[in-house]
Ligand binder design. Structure first.
Ligand SMILES: [Zn+2]
Length: 420
Protein backbone atom coordinates (compact mmCIF):
# COMPACT_ATOMS: atom_id res chain seq x y z
CA UNK A 1 0.00 0.00 0.00
CA UNK A 2 1.60 3.22 -1.18
CA UNK A 3 0.21 6.71 -1.07
CA UNK A 4 1.67 9.74 -2.83
CA UNK A 5 0.90 12.97 -1.02
CA UNK A 6 2.40 15.97 0.78
CA UNK A 7 3.74 15.15 4.25
CA UNK A 8 4.96 17.26 7.12
CA UNK A 9 6.65 15.52 10.06
CA UNK A 10 6.08 17.46 13.25
CA UNK A 11 8.09 16.69 16.35
CA UNK A 12 5.79 17.20 19.31
CA UNK A 13 8.68 17.59 21.76
CA UNK A 14 10.13 20.70 20.14
CA UNK A 15 7.61 23.20 21.60
CA UNK A 16 8.26 21.87 25.12
CA UNK A 17 11.95 22.70 24.65
CA UNK A 18 10.86 26.10 23.44
CA UNK A 19 12.11 25.26 19.97
CA UNK A 20 10.20 25.90 16.83
CA UNK A 21 11.09 24.35 13.56
CA UNK A 22 10.07 26.08 10.38
CA UNK A 23 7.44 23.66 9.22
CA UNK A 24 7.33 22.76 5.59
CA UNK A 25 5.50 19.97 3.89
CA UNK A 26 7.05 18.23 0.93
CA UNK A 27 6.07 15.65 -1.62
CA UNK A 28 6.34 12.20 -0.15
CA UNK A 29 5.35 8.60 -0.44
CA UNK A 30 3.72 6.94 2.53
CA UNK A 31 3.68 3.17 2.62
CA UNK A 32 2.67 0.48 5.04
CA UNK A 33 4.54 -2.82 5.06
CA UNK A 34 7.07 -5.19 6.51
CA UNK A 35 10.82 -5.01 6.23
CA UNK A 36 12.00 -7.45 3.54
CA UNK A 37 14.19 -9.30 6.05
CA UNK A 38 11.24 -10.07 8.30
CA UNK A 39 9.03 -11.73 5.74
CA UNK A 40 7.88 -14.28 8.26
CA UNK A 41 4.34 -14.09 9.58
CA UNK A 42 5.17 -12.27 12.79
CA UNK A 43 7.21 -9.53 11.10
CA UNK A 44 6.43 -6.13 12.53
CA UNK A 45 4.51 -3.65 10.41
CA UNK A 46 6.04 -0.26 9.73
CA UNK A 47 4.74 3.00 8.36
CA UNK A 48 7.36 4.46 6.06
CA UNK A 49 7.58 8.07 4.83
CA UNK A 50 9.93 8.69 1.88
CA UNK A 51 10.71 12.19 0.66
CA UNK A 52 13.00 13.52 -2.06
CA UNK A 53 15.56 14.42 0.65
CA UNK A 54 15.36 11.07 2.36
CA UNK A 55 14.38 8.48 -0.20
CA UNK A 56 15.24 5.58 2.11
CA UNK A 57 12.52 6.87 4.35
CA UNK A 58 11.69 7.24 8.04
CA UNK A 59 10.03 4.17 9.54
CA UNK A 60 7.58 4.10 12.39
CA UNK A 61 6.44 0.92 14.14
CA UNK A 62 2.68 0.59 13.84
CA UNK A 63 1.50 -2.04 16.31
CA UNK A 64 0.56 -0.40 19.60
CA UNK A 65 2.39 2.74 18.56
CA UNK A 66 -0.37 4.84 16.98
CA UNK A 67 -1.77 7.24 19.56
CA UNK A 68 -4.49 8.71 17.39
CA UNK A 69 -5.60 9.19 13.80
CA UNK A 70 -7.16 12.55 12.96
CA UNK A 71 -9.28 11.88 9.92
CA UNK A 72 -11.96 14.54 10.00
CA UNK A 73 -10.82 16.04 6.68
CA UNK A 74 -10.04 12.80 4.93
CA UNK A 75 -12.42 13.70 2.11
CA UNK A 76 -10.22 16.75 1.42
CA UNK A 77 -7.17 14.49 1.21
CA UNK A 78 -5.90 15.55 4.66
CA UNK A 79 -5.20 13.55 7.83
CA UNK A 80 -2.76 13.40 10.73
CA UNK A 81 -1.31 10.23 12.26
CA UNK A 82 -0.01 10.72 15.81
CA UNK A 83 2.88 8.37 16.60
CA UNK A 84 3.55 7.49 20.23
CA UNK A 85 7.28 6.77 19.97
CA UNK A 86 9.02 8.87 18.69
CA UNK A 87 6.60 11.65 19.56
CA UNK A 88 5.87 12.78 16.04
CA UNK A 89 2.84 13.70 13.97
CA UNK A 90 2.67 12.66 10.34
CA UNK A 91 0.55 15.38 8.70
CA UNK A 92 -0.73 14.27 5.32
CA UNK A 93 -2.24 16.60 2.71
CA UNK A 94 -3.01 16.68 -1.01
CA UNK A 95 -3.66 12.93 -1.05
CA UNK A 96 -6.24 11.06 -3.07
CA UNK A 97 -9.15 10.83 -0.56
CA UNK A 98 -10.03 7.24 -1.42
CA UNK A 99 -6.47 5.96 -1.10
CA UNK A 100 -5.99 7.93 2.09
CA UNK A 101 -9.11 6.38 3.59
CA UNK A 102 -7.82 2.93 2.70
CA UNK A 103 -4.39 3.40 4.24
CA UNK A 104 -5.82 4.97 7.40
CA UNK A 105 -8.10 1.97 7.75
CA UNK A 106 -5.19 -0.43 7.42
CA UNK A 107 -3.07 1.57 9.89
CA UNK A 108 -5.92 1.52 12.38
CA UNK A 109 -6.31 -2.25 12.08
CA UNK A 110 -2.56 -2.85 12.23
CA UNK A 111 -2.11 -0.66 15.30
CA UNK A 112 -4.60 -2.88 17.11
CA UNK A 113 -2.59 -5.92 16.15
CA UNK A 114 -5.03 -7.33 13.60
CA UNK A 115 -3.74 -9.41 10.72
CA UNK A 116 -3.75 -7.62 7.40
CA UNK A 117 -4.19 -8.97 3.93
CA UNK A 118 -0.61 -9.51 2.74
CA UNK A 119 -1.37 -8.25 -0.76
CA UNK A 120 -2.14 -4.79 0.60
CA UNK A 121 1.30 -4.41 2.17
CA UNK A 122 4.43 -2.94 0.66
CA UNK A 123 7.96 -4.31 0.85
CA UNK A 124 9.19 -0.95 2.20
CA UNK A 125 11.61 -0.42 -0.64
CA UNK A 126 12.97 3.13 -1.02
CA UNK A 127 10.88 5.39 -3.25
CA UNK A 128 12.20 6.34 -6.65
CA UNK A 129 12.96 9.98 -7.41
CA UNK A 130 9.93 10.20 -9.67
CA UNK A 131 7.57 8.99 -6.96
CA UNK A 132 8.51 11.79 -4.59
CA UNK A 133 9.10 14.66 -6.97
CA UNK A 134 6.72 17.57 -6.81
CA UNK A 135 4.15 17.49 -9.61
CA UNK A 136 5.09 20.03 -12.24
CA UNK A 137 2.57 22.86 -12.42
CA UNK A 138 4.35 25.38 -14.62
CA UNK A 139 6.01 24.97 -17.99
CA UNK A 140 7.51 27.55 -20.33
CA UNK A 141 8.61 26.69 -23.85
CA UNK A 142 10.24 29.50 -25.79
CA UNK A 143 11.98 27.70 -28.63
CA UNK A 144 10.91 25.02 -31.07
CA UNK A 145 13.55 22.57 -30.00
CA UNK A 146 12.16 22.53 -26.45
CA UNK A 147 8.68 21.60 -27.65
CA UNK A 148 7.82 18.08 -26.43
CA UNK A 149 7.28 15.91 -29.49
CA UNK A 150 7.99 12.46 -28.12
CA UNK A 151 7.17 13.09 -24.47
CA UNK A 152 3.84 14.27 -23.10
CA UNK A 153 2.86 17.42 -21.26
CA UNK A 154 2.61 16.69 -17.49
CA UNK A 155 -1.08 16.33 -16.66
CA UNK A 156 -0.56 18.38 -13.48
CA UNK A 157 0.24 21.57 -15.43
CA UNK A 158 -1.59 24.68 -14.26
CA UNK A 159 0.33 27.22 -16.29
CA UNK A 160 1.68 26.65 -19.78
CA UNK A 161 3.44 29.05 -22.11
CA UNK A 162 4.39 28.04 -25.63
CA UNK A 163 5.75 31.02 -27.55
CA UNK A 164 7.90 31.55 -30.63
CA UNK A 165 7.32 27.98 -31.79
CA UNK A 166 5.49 28.90 -35.04
CA UNK A 167 2.49 26.91 -33.83
CA UNK A 168 -0.26 27.02 -36.46
CA UNK A 169 -2.99 25.34 -34.47
CA UNK A 170 -3.40 24.38 -30.85
CA UNK A 171 -1.96 20.95 -30.08
CA UNK A 172 -4.73 18.51 -29.04
CA UNK A 173 -2.54 17.34 -26.15
CA UNK A 174 -2.73 20.83 -24.64
CA UNK A 175 -6.52 20.65 -24.72
CA UNK A 176 -6.39 17.58 -22.49
CA UNK A 177 -4.67 19.38 -19.61
CA UNK A 178 -7.63 19.50 -17.25
CA UNK A 179 -5.87 21.49 -14.50
CA UNK A 180 -4.74 24.31 -16.76
CA UNK A 181 -5.46 27.80 -15.43
CA UNK A 182 -3.15 29.96 -17.53
CA UNK A 183 -2.49 29.28 -21.22
CA UNK A 184 -0.12 31.56 -23.09
CA UNK A 185 0.25 30.87 -26.82
CA UNK A 186 1.39 34.34 -27.81
CA UNK A 187 3.95 34.97 -30.58
CA UNK A 188 3.03 32.00 -32.74
CA UNK A 189 1.33 31.62 -36.12
CA UNK A 190 -2.13 30.54 -34.95
CA UNK A 191 -4.67 31.07 -37.72
CA UNK A 192 -7.68 29.77 -35.86
CA UNK A 193 -8.80 28.72 -32.42
CA UNK A 194 -10.30 25.28 -31.76
CA UNK A 195 -14.03 24.54 -31.86
CA UNK A 196 -13.92 22.85 -28.47
CA UNK A 197 -11.59 23.07 -25.51
CA UNK A 198 -11.52 19.39 -24.61
CA UNK A 199 -10.88 18.84 -20.94
CA UNK A 200 -9.96 22.43 -20.10
CA UNK A 201 -12.68 23.58 -17.75
CA UNK A 202 -11.16 26.15 -15.45
CA UNK A 203 -8.93 28.35 -17.59
CA UNK A 204 -8.60 31.84 -16.07
CA UNK A 205 -6.24 33.46 -18.51
CA UNK A 206 -5.86 32.95 -22.26
CA UNK A 207 -3.15 34.82 -24.19
CA UNK A 208 -3.23 34.41 -27.97
CA UNK A 209 -1.73 37.79 -28.80
CA UNK A 210 0.73 38.19 -31.69
CA UNK A 211 -0.74 35.49 -33.90
CA UNK A 212 -2.53 35.48 -37.24
CA UNK A 213 -6.12 35.16 -36.08
CA UNK A 214 -8.72 36.78 -38.30
CA UNK A 215 -11.69 36.17 -36.08
CA UNK A 216 -12.68 35.25 -32.58
CA UNK A 217 -14.90 32.19 -33.02
CA UNK A 218 -18.34 32.04 -31.43
CA UNK A 219 -17.40 28.54 -30.24
CA UNK A 220 -14.84 30.03 -27.83
CA UNK A 221 -17.53 32.19 -26.21
CA UNK A 222 -19.81 29.18 -25.83
CA UNK A 223 -17.14 26.68 -24.80
CA UNK A 224 -16.23 25.39 -21.38
CA UNK A 225 -14.20 28.59 -20.93
CA UNK A 226 -17.30 30.77 -20.83
CA UNK A 227 -17.76 30.44 -17.08
CA UNK A 228 -14.10 30.66 -16.08
CA UNK A 229 -12.17 33.01 -18.38
CA UNK A 230 -11.09 36.22 -16.62
CA UNK A 231 -8.35 37.53 -18.93
CA UNK A 232 -8.48 37.37 -22.72
CA UNK A 233 -5.64 38.83 -24.75
CA UNK A 234 -6.14 38.83 -28.54
CA UNK A 235 -3.89 41.82 -29.30
CA UNK A 236 -1.81 42.04 -32.46
CA UNK A 237 -3.86 39.79 -34.70
CA UNK A 238 -5.93 40.62 -37.77
CA UNK A 239 -9.36 40.36 -36.20
CA UNK A 240 -12.02 42.53 -37.89
CA UNK A 241 -15.05 41.92 -35.66
CA UNK A 242 -15.78 40.49 -32.26
CA UNK A 243 -18.93 38.35 -32.08
CA UNK A 244 -21.98 39.44 -30.13
CA UNK A 245 -21.56 36.17 -28.23
CA UNK A 246 -18.54 37.71 -26.49
CA UNK A 247 -21.03 38.59 -23.76
CA UNK A 248 -21.21 34.89 -22.87
CA UNK A 249 -17.73 35.07 -21.34
CA UNK A 250 -19.45 36.08 -18.14
CA UNK A 251 -16.44 36.30 -15.82
CA UNK A 252 -14.29 38.42 -18.13
CA UNK A 253 -12.43 41.20 -16.29
CA UNK A 254 -9.70 42.13 -18.76
CA UNK A 255 -10.07 42.32 -22.51
CA UNK A 256 -7.07 43.26 -24.60
CA UNK A 257 -7.61 43.62 -28.35
CA UNK A 258 -5.06 46.26 -29.34
CA UNK A 259 -3.56 46.39 -32.82
CA UNK A 260 -6.26 44.53 -34.73
CA UNK A 261 -8.54 45.66 -37.56
CA UNK A 262 -11.64 46.12 -35.43
CA UNK A 263 -14.20 48.43 -37.02
CA UNK A 264 -16.73 47.93 -34.24
CA UNK A 265 -17.13 46.51 -30.80
CA UNK A 266 -20.03 44.13 -30.04
CA UNK A 267 -23.14 45.92 -28.83
CA UNK A 268 -23.50 43.27 -26.14
CA UNK A 269 -20.28 44.32 -24.41
CA UNK A 270 -22.42 46.05 -21.78
CA UNK A 271 -23.53 42.64 -20.53
CA UNK A 272 -20.02 41.83 -19.30
CA UNK A 273 -20.65 43.24 -15.86
CA UNK A 274 -17.30 42.15 -14.36
CA UNK A 275 -15.28 43.89 -17.06
CA UNK A 276 -12.77 46.34 -15.54
CA UNK A 277 -10.18 46.90 -18.24
CA UNK A 278 -10.76 47.22 -21.98
CA UNK A 279 -7.87 47.96 -24.28
CA UNK A 280 -8.59 48.48 -28.00
CA UNK A 281 -5.84 50.88 -29.03
CA UNK A 282 -4.67 50.96 -32.67
CA UNK A 283 -7.86 49.74 -34.31
CA UNK A 284 -10.30 51.26 -36.78
CA UNK A 285 -13.13 52.16 -34.45
CA UNK A 286 -15.07 55.18 -35.72
CA UNK A 287 -18.00 54.74 -33.35
CA UNK A 288 -18.59 52.80 -30.15
CA UNK A 289 -21.60 50.67 -29.17
CA UNK A 290 -24.05 52.33 -26.82
CA UNK A 291 -23.87 49.21 -24.62
CA UNK A 292 -20.37 50.23 -23.55
CA UNK A 293 -21.87 52.95 -21.38
CA UNK A 294 -23.40 50.36 -19.07
CA UNK A 295 -19.93 49.38 -17.87
CA UNK A 296 -18.03 50.72 -14.90
CA UNK A 297 -14.43 50.32 -15.98
CA UNK A 298 -11.15 51.10 -14.25
CA UNK A 299 -9.34 51.57 -17.51
CA UNK A 300 -10.32 52.11 -21.12
CA UNK A 301 -7.70 52.46 -23.83
CA UNK A 302 -8.94 53.85 -27.16
CA UNK A 303 -5.66 55.34 -28.31
CA UNK A 304 -5.25 55.66 -32.08
CA UNK A 305 -8.79 55.06 -33.28
CA UNK A 306 -10.57 57.35 -35.79
CA UNK A 307 -13.37 58.27 -33.39
CA UNK A 308 -14.94 61.47 -34.67
CA UNK A 309 -17.67 63.47 -33.10
CA UNK A 310 -20.16 64.76 -35.69
CA UNK A 311 -22.90 66.23 -33.53
CA UNK A 312 -23.72 66.35 -29.86
CA UNK A 313 -27.47 65.63 -30.04
CA UNK A 314 -29.00 62.17 -30.23
CA UNK A 315 -30.33 61.55 -33.71
CA UNK A 316 -32.13 58.72 -35.40
CA UNK A 317 -30.33 58.02 -38.64
CA UNK A 318 -32.63 55.55 -40.36
CA UNK A 319 -36.28 54.57 -40.22
CA UNK A 320 -37.78 51.18 -39.50
CA UNK A 321 -38.93 49.00 -42.36
CA UNK A 322 -40.73 45.69 -42.43
CA UNK A 323 -38.35 42.80 -41.74
CA UNK A 324 -37.69 40.48 -44.66
CA UNK A 325 -38.10 36.74 -44.41
CA UNK A 326 -34.30 36.32 -44.22
CA UNK A 327 -34.18 38.79 -41.38
CA UNK A 328 -36.97 36.98 -39.49
CA UNK A 329 -35.10 33.68 -39.83
CA UNK A 330 -31.79 35.22 -38.83
CA UNK A 331 -33.37 36.92 -35.80
CA UNK A 332 -34.72 33.52 -34.67
CA UNK A 333 -31.38 31.78 -35.23
CA UNK A 334 -29.68 34.32 -32.99
CA UNK A 335 -32.45 34.49 -30.43
CA UNK A 336 -32.74 30.71 -29.95
CA UNK A 337 -28.97 30.18 -30.27
CA UNK A 338 -29.36 27.71 -33.14
CA UNK A 339 -25.85 26.34 -33.72
CA UNK A 340 -24.40 26.65 -37.22
CA UNK A 341 -20.96 26.42 -38.81
CA UNK A 342 -19.40 27.67 -42.03
CA UNK A 343 -20.16 24.27 -43.56
CA UNK A 344 -23.91 24.41 -42.89
CA UNK A 345 -24.69 27.70 -44.62
CA UNK A 346 -23.71 29.74 -47.66
CA UNK A 347 -20.89 32.18 -46.85
CA UNK A 348 -23.22 35.15 -47.52
CA UNK A 349 -25.67 33.85 -44.91
CA UNK A 350 -22.84 33.39 -42.39
CA UNK A 351 -21.72 36.94 -43.01
CA UNK A 352 -25.31 38.12 -42.67
CA UNK A 353 -25.60 36.35 -39.32
CA UNK A 354 -22.28 37.79 -38.20
CA UNK A 355 -23.59 41.28 -38.91
CA UNK A 356 -26.25 40.94 -36.21
CA UNK A 357 -27.09 43.98 -34.15
CA UNK A 358 -28.35 44.01 -30.66
CA UNK A 359 -31.31 46.16 -29.72
CA UNK A 360 -31.33 47.43 -26.17
CA UNK A 361 -34.48 45.37 -25.53
CA UNK A 362 -32.26 42.28 -25.86
CA UNK A 363 -33.45 41.15 -29.28
CA UNK A 364 -31.28 40.83 -32.34
CA UNK A 365 -31.87 42.67 -35.59
CA UNK A 366 -30.10 43.01 -38.93
CA UNK A 367 -30.93 45.48 -41.69
CA UNK A 368 -34.50 46.33 -40.68
CA UNK A 369 -33.85 48.51 -37.68
CA UNK A 370 -33.56 52.14 -36.72
CA UNK A 371 -30.06 53.37 -35.96
CA UNK A 372 -29.46 56.21 -33.59
CA UNK A 373 -26.34 58.07 -32.70
CA UNK A 374 -25.62 59.89 -29.48
CA UNK A 375 -22.71 61.37 -27.61
CA UNK A 376 -21.27 60.00 -24.43
CA UNK A 377 -18.68 61.30 -22.03
CA UNK A 378 -16.23 58.47 -21.47
CA UNK A 379 -15.46 59.69 -17.98
CA UNK A 380 -18.84 58.22 -17.03
CA UNK A 381 -17.73 54.82 -18.28
CA UNK A 382 -14.21 54.49 -16.99
CA UNK A 383 -12.06 55.89 -14.16
CA UNK A 384 -9.10 56.36 -16.51
CA UNK A 385 -9.29 56.80 -20.27
CA UNK A 386 -6.42 56.75 -22.71
CA UNK A 387 -7.45 58.44 -25.92
CA UNK A 388 -6.65 61.63 -27.82
CA UNK A 389 -5.77 63.70 -24.78
CA UNK A 390 -4.59 66.70 -26.78
CA UNK A 391 -8.22 67.62 -27.60
CA UNK A 392 -9.03 67.73 -23.92
CA UNK A 393 -12.42 66.13 -24.31
CA UNK A 394 -13.63 62.66 -23.68
CA UNK A 395 -16.81 62.92 -25.73
CA UNK A 396 -17.28 60.13 -28.25
CA UNK A 397 -20.05 59.09 -30.62
CA UNK A 398 -21.96 55.92 -29.77
CA UNK A 399 -24.50 54.10 -31.85
CA UNK A 400 -27.31 51.71 -31.08
CA UNK A 401 -30.07 49.98 -32.95
CA UNK A 402 -33.78 49.68 -32.33
CA UNK A 403 -35.40 46.50 -33.54
CA UNK A 404 -39.09 47.45 -33.59
CA UNK A 405 -41.62 50.25 -33.55
CA UNK A 406 -42.20 49.48 -29.90
CA UNK A 407 -38.53 50.06 -29.01
CA UNK A 408 -38.41 53.15 -31.21
CA UNK A 409 -41.46 54.67 -29.49
CA UNK A 410 -39.93 54.00 -26.08
CA UNK A 411 -36.68 55.59 -27.19
CA UNK A 412 -38.45 58.66 -28.60
CA UNK A 413 -40.38 59.13 -25.36
CA UNK A 414 -37.21 59.06 -23.29
CA UNK A 415 -34.06 59.03 -25.33
CA UNK A 416 -31.72 59.26 -22.35
CA UNK A 417 -33.32 56.42 -20.38
CA UNK A 418 -30.82 53.98 -21.73
CA UNK A 419 -27.81 56.02 -20.76
CA UNK A 420 -28.68 56.20 -17.12
ZN1 LIG B 1 -35.84 46.09 -29.41
Amino acid sequence: MRLTCDVELVNRLLPSFNLKKASRSCRAQVSLGKKPASSSKDGALFLMVCTAKDRNGVKFLVKGNIEQIFGKFVSDGKATIRIRDPQQDVCISKADPLQLKNILNLIHQASQGKDLDRTALSALTPASARQVEKPKTKMTILTRKDYPLTTTFPSSLESLQVSQCSMKRIDQRILQLSKLKILNLSHNSLQSLPESYGRIYSLYELYVNNNQLTKLPISLCRSSLSTSLVVLDISENQITTLPLELCELKQLVTLKADKNDLKSLPATIGKLIHLKSVSVAHNKLAILPAGLTRLQLDHLDLYCNPLELQQTESVIMSQLTFPTLVECCARSIKKYRVPYTDEDLFPQLCQYLDSARHCWCGNYCFQCCARYIATVDLRRVSATVTAWDNVGTKLVPVEAFLCSQNCLTKFQNNSVAYWK
